[in-house]
Structures are given as C-alpha cells and as structure tokens.
Design a protein around this ligand. Sequence first.
Ligand code: K3U
Ligand code: ZN
Length: 177
Amino acid sequence: MPEHISIALRGEKVLGLRAEEVEDPADPLIKQLAKDMLIAMKTHGGVGIAAPQIRVSKRVLIIHSKPNERYPDAPDMEPLIMVNPEIISFSECFDTMWEGCLSVPGLRGLVPRQTGISVRFSDLSGREQETCLQGFPARIFQHEFDHLEGILFPLRVADCSDIYSESEYRRRVLGLS
Ligand code: K3U
Ligand code: ZN
C-alpha cells in the first residue's frame, strides 16, 4: 500500500505561520522531511511543495518543474530541495500566470510575479548553494517561498475577479468542457 501523507488545507493554522529556520540542514530528520515532502508532492500531483503543507513549520521547499498540460513549455528539472532559502535578487520584469495550490483545492487565480530570481539555500549536506531561476521554476519558487512566509496565492491575485473555480478555469481559460 503506498504511503499516504495528507496536505494541509487553507484555514489550517500551520499555513498562516512564518516557518522556522532549520538549524542543521544536514540533520537526518531534515532528509526524512524532504523524503516525505517528495512523496506528498508526487502523490498529490504538484510541481512543488513546502514543508508547512505537510504540517511541518520549517523552512524547506521543493520545486519540480516539468512540462505539463497547463505549462507545456516548462523545463524538465530534477526535484530541487532547498533548506533555508533566501531571495538574493528579483528581475525587474513581471508576468502573470494562472496558479493553483494543493492546499487551496478547486481554485485558480491569475498571479503577477517576477519572471526571474537569484536564490541562496542550503542543500541536504549543509552546503550553501546559489542559483538563478527563470520562468516557470521562478514562479514555483516564489509560490513555495510564500508558503514559508504564511502566504497563500489568493493573496497575490491582483484583481479578485481573477479567482475562478477549477471548472470555470477549465472552461474559460483552457477551453475544455
Ligand atoms: O497547479 C498545479 C499543477 C500541477 C501539475 C502541473 C502543473 C500545475 C498543482 S498546484 C502546484 O503544483 C503548486 C504546489 C503547491 F500546491 F504545493 F504549492 C505549485 C504551483 C503550481 C502552479 C503555479 C505555481 C505554483
Ligand atoms: Zn501552494
């Protein structure tokens, strides 16, 4: 029987907290947390996940960009696990895309975000890394980073008439029945 890890849903207190710094990114407990997050992300069909979404208020996130029905041009990346991520810089350009969230099922919203960012984080060996993300991976990162700050995507929607039910999003945006 596959392991089941449930996802915290909007309204649960853990999703509104600022998550705590990880003192030792190389701690085996953090490796186990990352494994649980990978399982939850894959089981629930996400392209990213943050630790508070499995009810652990720690600063760990994963991004896993891959091409999909909604974002066919997304780059195919291995899952990238980041402990204590920090944003070093943002690009000046913004774009707007429809977002969803495993913790906010049934809703989609049009969210403006910066198109590129540079980030610093620790890997699971405790080594500090820096990377630049562009496009869809940058978007996933900013969405997951918001989870570490206790912010959910509906708060980032610029115009609240751009929040749709999943069925209206499929009908009006994707042109499906
Ligand atoms: O929207 C979702 C999706 C799933 C597969 C392919 C493409 C999109 C599911 S929601 C999702 O994956 C969030 C991850 C979450 F819920 F854990 F925070 C990441 C995300 C999706 C779309 C835009 C920005 C972030
Ligand atoms: Zn989310």
